[in-house]
Design a binder for this molecule. Sequence first.
Ligand code: UT7
Length: 319
Amino acid sequence: MTLRARIVGTGSALPKNRVSNDELAKRVDTSDEWIVARTGIRFRHIAGDGETTASLATEACRKALDTAKIAATDVDLIVLATATPDQTFPASATKVQAALGIDDCIAFDVAAVCSGFLYALSVADSMIRSGSARTALVVGAETFSRILDWEDRTTCVLFGDGAGAVVLRAEEGDSGILATALHADGRHNGLLYVDGGPSTTGTVGKVRMKGSEVFRHAVTNLASVMNEVLDRANVVTSDVDWVVPHQANARILDATARKLGLPAEKVIVTVDQHANTSAASVPLALDLAVRDGRIKAGDLVVLEAMGGGFTWGACVARI
Ligand code: UT7
């Protein structure tokens, strides 16, 4: 029998305030027609007072632990993926740990922007398979609204806030994470970045993106890493029940699925409701599809994401 990291619970959290494209069109020179046609986005949730990356992450983790029927005190590892931590330090993972009442476990943040959840999942999977942890919370949580330039229509309409979490448990058997693949290419730092930081400007900075160039790289890199991870898991496209992609743009989802020969009905889409929630988008979409009954025990699921750096990655899991 093989020891694997099995996804035994999922949870998610969204800020209360839901903002439509028409509401955004009152703040910047844009329109519902442009946003829907170019991105598929209709709504995004925006964090209000008291809603932070760590508070949304904590809510998502509580729900994931509830569905897994696992006590918080059983958790021995928390990996939180975010580009928008509550503070420069400590790691937001330790804030989640404290809020969940866990006195001692491994807890740290991972920074790989929109691919952060895939990076966090892969690290937690390795730690479980090597015996360093048995029960892990892997979280993607963001409050991108706080690093958006609300006067830049080319970026501010694209992002939203939220959190998603999974509980991983060490189990012997055929279910669980079968393979992961991660990549980064720092030559493209300048295509998607934040123009500030503690060691440079001393400010938090705002998101800057050359969208059409990111788009082109995204389709190529995502199709390639999905083929790679399917090979590693020794499965083929027709074995896949569901793809849970990073939700950046509906046109990227369509183009990637077409490139791989995947039917559109197998792709979980939430970008219309949540916009791009960066590291939160994959676990948020996974949780919705598990809760509405589309993703069921035994299904073969592919997760994938691409983001600033560039970083990109994919994972094949038997649920
Ligand atoms: O999560 C990390 C990964 N991120 C992504 O994957 C994002 C990838 N990129 C994209 O999703 C798309 O490139 C965008 C949605 C960002 C932009 O779509 P596009 O089809 O590539 O448009 P564009 O940037 O080429 O802009 C086309 C036109 C421009 O006007 P001109 O120069 O042709 O007159 C823009 O100024 O659309 C204009 N435009 C807007 N118009 C109305 C840009 N943003 C807006 C807007 N409302 N919000």
